[in-house]
Design a protein around this ligand. Structure first.
Ligand code: ZN
Length: 113
């Protein structure tokens, strides 16, 4: 299982990105069950709305901020089983997930083209 770099959900089935040298990476195209971010789609989409090049980390932050504005709505509740009874991620769980995010991972400073 892998961690979502956007929301910290730790049950991704695939590694969200595989990094190579010089701003080259492959995305899994998996959709995070928690925040709904699709690797390789939402990052590209966010980058295309910006005139300047942005990094993966910046794209993730933009998505997270929007998700936050919408109250942390869970994309696919089924994956959470009985743990969560509302449509929105409880802050207590969000705080735990946030600790999973490796914010100092340099790979995420790569630019999206
Ligand atoms: Zn996520």
């Amino acid at each position: 299982m892998y961690i979502c770099p956007v929301c910290g959900y730790n049950q991704l089935e695939e590694e969200p990105y595989k990094f190579f040298d010089d701003n080259i990476f492959n995305a899994s195209f998996e959709i995070c069950s928690c925040c709904g971010f699709q690797f390789g789609f939402d990052d590209d989409n966010i980058a295309s709305q910006h005139k300047q090049k942005i990094t993966l980390k910046e794209a993730h932050k933009i998505y997270f901020d929007n998700w936050e504005k919408n109250g942390y709505k869970i994309f696919s509740k089924i994956k959470f089983g009985d743990r969560i009874l509302t449509d929105y991620l409880p802050l207590k769980i969000l705080e735990i997930q946030k600790e999973n995010i490796m914010i100092n991972n340099d790979d995420y400073n790569q630019f999206i083209f």
